[in-house]
Ligand binder design. Structure first.
Ligand code: SIN
Ligand code: CO
Length: 386
């Protein structure tokens, strides 16, 4: 699968469009194949671990319902849409689509959302907080995108935040293989012209409010940031009720000095690798031995679980620190070079792992991850038969 951004290099796209303005990408994917069929999607939406919702209009009223769903009969032939979040957590093939956008790092990536819509279907005009590449699969869909501005938002239904009618700066029909990039803040509305599937590669950021609140939990959990304000250089005060500028600076320093690169990376590594949606993990850790892992690696690569978030920081890589699924792992420093293999790509073959496989700690750690379901072999039966 290869992405062509209207002939732009990814660097030019980032400079001109990313977070700045929407872009219609014609035939971003040649011969785009749907990642799922409507029937497979309906099957996924029956699973209670899979986050799904459907949105429809009836007699001019908007409705939104949350899955799992086992029947669509009441919805008829028109004016409804079924949305499944985090398709990539359940469908390994979605990885190839995400990889096309890997010029943006994975910590910014959120999920691949799929939407199946019948003619007239859509979720209504709204504004998102996130960047999204809406990749059109089968069918045609008309998209209108307005400019950023003071658009009034209102609840068209308790679970649907809509925006008032807007003047379009883009009004276009997407055909299979076309992509619409929309940065945060631009109102948009997609109405399906014929039965349609679209695959939205979405990116997330985080508000300072949410991060500070999670940071507070991190500080108390790890007993950090306990130092008190000190003021041995205090100057004489003549206004006992006043917090003067020097004291305000002390208060700010008290808050900011805790936020050094080590703390920010230790906290954010855990925070950013937490998964919002369920992962396809085993109920109980598996019981695979190191020798089995090694034997199966002869036959097939390990595949990183779809939706598993893992990352490392430039500043702590050489210390062997890696964050996976909300946890921090400290590998021996001599294993630091294996970390980019875990986080930058989704396959671990015996050939790429070879330099580390004779390290007992690495074998044990890899086996632990395999038993947690973080990396898996596609065909375990093959390995067992060998
Ligand atoms: C959809 O695919 O139906 C909605 C996508 C969006 O506008 O965010
Ligand atoms: Co949207």
């Amino acid at each position: 699968m290869q992405l062509d951004i209207n002939g732009l290099t990814p660097a030019a796209f980032l400079a001109q469009y990313w977070q700045k303005k929407p872009l219609v990408i014609r035939q971003g994917f040649k011969h785009f194949q749907d990642l799922v069929s409507p029937e497979e999607l309906a099957g996924l939406a029956m699973d209670e671990l899979v986050e799904s919702r459907r949105v429809y209009q009836q007699a001019g009223q908007w409705h939104a319902e949350f899955g799992p769903f086992d029947s669509y009969e009441k919805l008829g032939e028109r004016d409804w849409t079924l949305i499944v979040q985090a398709l990539n957590n359940w469908l390994p093939d979605a990885e190839a689509l995400i990889q096309c956008f890997d010029f943006i790092p994975r910590w910014r990536f959120d999920d691949v959302m799929v939407s199946y819509a019948t003619p007239g279907g859509g979720v209504g005009p709204h504004i998102d907080l996130y960047d999204v590449f809406i990749c059109q699969g089968s069918g045609r869909r008309r998209w209108r995108v307005g400019d950023r501005g003071p658009h009034r938002e209102f609840a068209a239904h308790p679970a649907l935040l809509h925006t008032e009618a807007f003047e379009p700066i883009i009004d276009t029909e997407l055909l299979p293989g076309d992509i619409l990039y929309i940065p945060p803040g631009f109102p948009h509305d997609g109405i399906t012209l014929e039965e349609s599937l679209s695959f939205s590669v979405g990116y997330r950021t985080a508000s300072a409010k949410d991060m500070v609140s999670a940071l507070a939990d991190h500080l108390s959990e790890h007993d950090l940031g306990a130092q008190q304000i000190e003021d041995p250089d205090r100057q004489l005060s003549s206004r006992s009720g006043c917090v003067d500028k020097a004291d305000l600076a002390r208060l700010r320093t008290q808050l900011t000095q805790v936020l050094n690169d080590d703390l920010v990376s230790e906290f954010s590594g855990r925070y950013l690798t937490q998964s919002k949606c369920a992962l396809d993990l085993p109920d109980e850790p598996l019981d695979i031995t190191q020798n089995e892992v090694l034997a199966w690696l002869d036959e097939q690569p390990l595949i990183r679980l779809g939706g598993l978030r893992c990352l490392y920081f430039e500043i702590s890589l050489e210390r062997g620190i890696v964050f996976i699924n909300g946890e921090r792992y400290q590998l021996p420093a001599e294993l630091a070079d294996v970390i980019p293999l875990l986080c930058d790509g989704n396959l671990l073959s015996k050939a790429v792992l070879a330099p580390w496989l004779n390290n007992a700690e690495f074998r044990a750690q890899l086996t632990e991850w395999v038993n947690l379901g973080y990396w898996y072999f596609d065909d375990l039966s093959d390995g067992e038969d060998e």
